[in-house]
Design a protein around this ligand. Structure first.
Ligand SMILES: Nc1ncnc2c1ncn2[C@@H]1O[C@H](COP(=O)(O)OP(=O)(O)OP(=O)(O)O)[C@@H](O)[C@H]1O
Length: 486
């Protein structure tokens, strides 16, 4: 007001022939009372551009009129609370290219660190979209679900940028993994991807928004998206494996297997049903296999006192090869054969095993009974019998060059792997060599990561005698009868 007034007054005054001092004085008093002009209120600041924590400091001293000239974006810390508000709160984040935001902004509270870096672009506007399904009060921030679309003002194209919040994602996984709820973790972590991104159609972004048909970077979008979620899945797998490794594999595997095995046994096989009352695992703490392997639970009969006068039983370590051809093989077996009360013990085994089962009982000491042909009182199609103990077949696990391995279950509902080596047709030295496994596994009992031998049985008497002797005297001939090593 004053300025305008004075600029009009002074020239007029001078034009009338007045002096400078006079005109200054006159115009001063004339214009000093002129009220100052009332300017229209400033246009509202682009709130949407300054609504994020990261941008407020930059926007505060920016002329709103220049907001359109923002270009290169940097990392933007998105306030989760704000980001979670509303439905698909699309917000343009204008970041002045000349006023670079720090490349790394500390994660504050529930803030979200988002990489909006566009080093090669200028004059672009960054749009940060938040997942409408998120509820910050209920779920942790879904980093994965946050994607940034960057529109280049020059080209009109869009480019999906990867959310760079790996550390936060890791932290979230850790915290969730502690709950051991991996499935929940996956659901939480990737629910948005399941719901949105997996159904992502060409021409749309993960929110179902249309992407311009002339989107020249659509392939890059997809690639970026795959990278995001693929990384997440990889982390998931890793976390899951880690979690499993941290658990007791024995119990993890066994309880899972045993639980179902009982049902399988009861429903599939026609033999005498075993009563699955409990899972006797405590007695096998040294059973460190992760391959559900073992042969027999002989906790009721010490291995060193087994009646090996007739048979020996073997459990096999998967893939383990015993190639030494020492004549001292099977020492463990020989030691075990010193038992003087084999028959008595075997009777105990049989009676203690499963009285209700239809097992064949050791012939009495009368010669009459001994001469009688042994008649199996159990169904060999359903059971294995090792040292008088029955193992119900649950299925074949695998086979090797010399054997076949079966999954079996005992009367106390313990799952084992039983390796059956058929001896018929083999020469004695070869069969003798199989006994090495018994020796070695006996020596390796209690060692970590080694399959534990529970029991063993060699049905061929001649071979057994050779083993007892500790030397292979029978070098010719082959085993003719149906003999086995279990
Ligand atoms: N303890 C076990 N638990 C689970 N599976 C097993 C176990 N032992 C063996 N198997 C399965 O049985 C297959 C054959 O076992 P293994 O290799 O011990 O037999 P093999 O007759 O000694 O073989 P080869 O003579 O070829 O060495 C294995 O490949 C594996 O699949």
């Amino acid at each position: 007001g004053y300025k305008d007034c004075f600029s009009r007054c002074y020239p007029d005054c001078r034009a009338k022939g007045n002096g400078k001092a006079f005109c200054n004085y006159t115009c001063f008093f004339e214009c000093i009372s002129v009220p100052a002009p009332v300017f229209p209120p400033a246009p509202p600041q682009a709130e949407s551009s300054c609504s994020f924590e990261c941008a407020k400091s930059s926007c505060a001293h920016l002329d709103p009129g220049t907001m359109q000239n923002f270009s290169r974006a940097s990392r933007v810390l998105v306030n989760q609370g704000e980001a979670s508000k509303g439905s698909i709160s699309t917000t343009s984040v204008a970041v002045n290219n000349d006023k670079k935001l720090p490349q790394k902004i500390a994660n504050r509270g529930a803030g979200r660190l988002v990489n909006v870096g566009l080093d090669q672009r200028k004059d672009s506007v960054v749009e940060i979209r938040t997942n409408p399904q998120e509820d910050s009060s209920l779920t942790p921030p879904s980093i994965i679900g946050t994607v940034i679309n960057v529109r280049d003002n020059n080209t009109g194209s869009f480019e999906r940028q990867q959310v760079e919040a790996g550390m936060q994602v890791e932290e979230k996984k850790e915290s969730l993994a502690v709950s051991s709820s991996l499935d929940d973790l996956k659901n939480n972590q990737f629910s948005s991807s399941d719901n949105s991104n997996l159904t992502f159609q060409k021409g749309q972004d993960q929110f179902g928004n249309r992407v311009p048909a002339n989107d020249q970077d659509s392939k890059q979008h997809d690639l970026a998206k795959i990278r995001i979620y693929g990384t997440g899945e990889a982390h998931m797998t890793q976390k899951r494996d880690e979690l499993r490794n941290h658990q007791s594999m024995d119990q993890f595997v066994r309880s899972a297997v045993v639980g179902s095995a009982c049902a399988t046994t009861m429903s599939v096989h026609s033999g005498p049903p075993y009563q699955c009352t409990n899972v006797a695992l405590a007695g096998h703490s040294g059973f460190s296999t992760q391959m559900s392997s073992a042969v027999e639970n002989m906790s009721d009969v010490p291995a060193h006192s087994l009646p090996l006068g007739q048979e020996s039983v073997v459990k096999e370590a998967d893939g383990q090869q015993h190639q030494q051809q020492s004549l001292q093989m099977c020492e463990g077996i020989r030691e075990n054969m010193v038992s003087s009360n084999a028959s008595h013990l075997k009777s105990q085994v049989l009676s203690a095993n499963n009285p209700s089962a239809n097992v064949d009982v050791e012939p009495s000491q009368s010669s009459k009974v001994e001469k009688a042909p042994r008649k199996k009182k159990y169904d060999p199609d359903v059971f294995f019998k090792v040292n008088g103990k029955l193992y119900q077949k649950l299925g074949k696990i695998g086979s090797g060059g010399s054997s076949e391995v079966h999954k079996v279950i005992t009367s106390d509902c313990t799952i084992y792997a039983l390796k059956k080596i058929k001896l018929k047709g083999r020469d004695y030295p070869t069969a003798y060599g199989f006994c090495q496994e018994i020796e070695y596994l006996n020596k390796l009992k209690g060692k970590g990561n080694i399959i534990q031998l529970i029991d063993h049985e060699v049905t061929d008497k001649t071979l057994l005698q050779e083993v007892i002797n500790g030397s292979m005297t029978v070098k010719d001939g082959r085993i003719k009868d149906d003999q086995y090593i279990h």
